[in-house]
Write a protein that binds this ligand. Structure first.
Ligand code: NAP
Length: 564
């Protein structure tokens, strides 16, 4: 029986390299890997060995006989990546194994082993650490502003996508490796500077991503009742910087501008039955707000037509299984027109799903989602609070108004500038060549500074896309180190810890994170939830503090001595 990759696919390609017959594509060396919405198993070449199942970090692969019912559409989605061919003809005929990019070899030199500071602790950071630690002796110090690691996996992935969060098992394993240290609750640019880090490391690698949205500059944005989808994502995920947001769910309609996967996540969570969310790691205050929610409809509005929908096919499949999704008659007509011209297989599949959606004229029986097309946002209406949003029919002066008590924009993330490094504001990235930071005025490299992930390539791709991206940056960094282009640190590993403790006495280490993690899981176990998150930094630090109190005196003394 062939195996099937399903909705939670993270694209990190571990399965591609585990497969003994190279039947999972695209592989990272193939041109469409960077844009692929997921990876696909060729059912005619699969030998059913299960190696991919064991390699997948998010448990997204099943034998086709054991597929959960909701994942059945993925049988056809996997198959349709591959060309039609006579029965028994296998693809590809050329190779038995996927071509692997060799590890970034490090030739140790100088007084100290290669020591790299990684700033950020999301997927790009963790995959970079993974690659560096394949080399003997290398040291990785990871700096994170929050007391908890894993970036958007903790604070961005929707709470009802718990399977996607399974990738943290892999990240935990990486963080337990010899040579890896966490410096959590330390803000680079505030508590310690780039220059401080460079003093004690050969290189500083920024994987700080993009926490904030691109902003839509139209009149009325900024009124109470307006905001951005990523703020709502941070809010329901309990990110300490977003917990206090006044997200008001007391109105019947929400409008989201933009129809990418973030818009789908937010619409799905806002319309989901709170009793289902109660079994996730959603923030407690958000769950309470959902229980009191008056929302009846979330309208996801795109400025272009159905054929250009920004959401991916796997996410559309998941959305239509989780919620009632409808279209106006005029949008149904647009879908039919697009179906007549579409050529790309996966876009066709998206359109076919849209064509089968119910009609928006039907009475609302439970909170639902409506897609709307070809509407360009013009202004938000309201005096004290948003009451509606006005659009023009794209390409015309025709005005269309949608009443709404909450207007969210979801038009993409935007990279966050990094103190002391150049920034390309238009692209939202740090200028770089293969991850090596470049000064755009001189075209020269900035010694010791590197980037990976969204801050390097822009806000696209999936969790696992960062694996191959980080591998390329580590190749660049290792080549520069081997060529003697990186300065020698001022001191060894203990001097880094001393410097950080002097600047930020309540820095949280791996043991501190373990204490927070265990405490959250224990709170969750009592309620049949994966965890109940702490959403205030002070509460997390209290747990770390209590853990110090519980440690025997000798262990505390040893810890303090180690930092001297
Ligand atoms: P996105 O996919 O880039 O979608 C942005 C949307 O905003 C598009 O519909 C775009 O329309 C629209 N837009 C941009 N500027 C606009 C303007 N001025 N006025 C009106 N509409 C405008 O962004 P995203 O949803 O934030 O996702 C970011 C990345 O994260 C994507 O790669 C996404 O796949 C990934 N992600 C994945 C998942 C998942 O797999 N579950 C979840 C969340 C995020 P046009 O197309 O017309 O420009």
């Amino acid at each position: 029986m062939p195996h099937v990759i399903t909705q939670a696919c993270c694209n990190d390609a571990s399965c591609v390299f585990a497969c003994p017959v190279y039947c999972i594509h695209p592989s990272p060396d193939e041109p469409d890997f960077a844009t692929a919405e997921m990876l696909y198993i060729d059912p005619d070449s699969c030998v059913d060995c299960g190696a991919c199942v064991r390699a997948c970090p998010v448990d997204a692969i099943y034998p086709d006989t054991q597929l959960p019912e909701k994942q059945l559409p993925f049988v056809e989605i996997n198959r349709s990546y591959y060309p039609e061919r006579p029965e028994g003809v296998k693809l590809p005929p050329t190779s038995k194994l996927a071509p692997v990019l060799p590890a970034a070899e490090v030739h140790q030199r100088g007084k100290y082993p290669l020591t790299v500071a990684i700033v950020g602790s999301g997927p790009a950071a963790m995959y970079a650490a993974d690659e560096l630690l394949t080399q003997p002796g290398v040291l990785v110090n990871m700096f994170e502003k929050l007391p908890t690691p894993y970036g958007l996996v903790r604070a961005g992935v929707a709470p009802d996508h718990q399977q996607t969060k399974l990738v943290t098992r892999l990240f935990d394993e990486i963080s337990w490796r010899r040579g890896f240290n966490f410096f959590l609750n330390v803000e680079v640019g505030a508590d310690v500077s780039h220059a401080d880090l460079l003093d004690y490391h050969h290189a500083v690698l920024y994987a700080s991503g993009a926490l904030h949205d691109r902003r839509l500059e139209i009149d009325g944005m900024g009124l109470p009742g307006t905001g951005t989808a990523t703020e709502v994502v941070g809010w329901y995920n309990g990110h300490p910087e977003f917990t206090g947001l006044p997200i008001d769910l007391s109105h019947e309609r929400v409008v989201i501008v933009g129809n990418g996967n973030v818009a789908l996540d937010v619409a799905r969570v806002l319309t989901r039955d709170p009793n289902e969310l109660a079994h996730t790691d959603i923030a407690d205050y958000a769950l309470a707000a959902m229980r009191d929610s008056k929302i009846q409809e979330v309208v996801i509005v795109a400025r272009r037509g159905p054929i250009d929908s920004a959401f991916t096919l796997p996410e559309l499949v998941g959305l239509t299984q989780a919620a009632d999704v409808v279209l106006d008659a005029e949008d149904h007509a647009r879908v039919r027109n697009d179906l007549a011209t579409v050529r790309d297989t996966f876009t066709r599949q998206k359109l076919e799903i849209l064509a089968k959606l119910g009609d928006a004229s039907a009475p609302i029986t439970r909170p639902r989602i409506r897609f709307a097309y070809e509407l360009t946002p013009a202004r938000v209406l309201g005096e004290e609070h948003a009451t509606a949003i006005e659009f023009t029919r794209t390409g015309t002066d025709q005005v269309r108004r949608l009443d709404a008590g909450l207007v969210l924009t979801s038009i993409g993330y935007h990279g966050t500038p990094i103190a002391d490094l150049p920034f390309d504001d238009a692209a939202g990235v740090v200028p770089n060549e293969g991850g090596r930071v470049i000064d755009p005025t001189t075209g020269q490299r900035i010694p010791g500074a590197y980037v990976t992930g969204w801050i390097k390539r822009g806000t696209n791709g999936f969790i696992g896309t960062n694996k191959s991206d980080s591998l390329l940056t580590i190749h660049t960094l290792a080549a520069d180190y081997n060529a003697g282009l990186l300065g020698e640190p001022k001191g060894g590993p203990r001097s880094v810890a001393r410097m950080v403790h002097a600047r930020k006495p309540d820095v949280v280490d791996a043991a501190g994170w373990k204490a927070i993690n265990n405490a959250e899981k224990a709170r969750g176990a009592a309620e049949d939830r994966p965890r109940v998150k702490f959403t205030r930094t002070a509460d997390m630090l209290d747990v770390v503090e209590d853990q110090h109190k519980d440690l025997p005196l000798l262990q505390n003394l040893l810890g303090a001595l180690r930092r001297r």
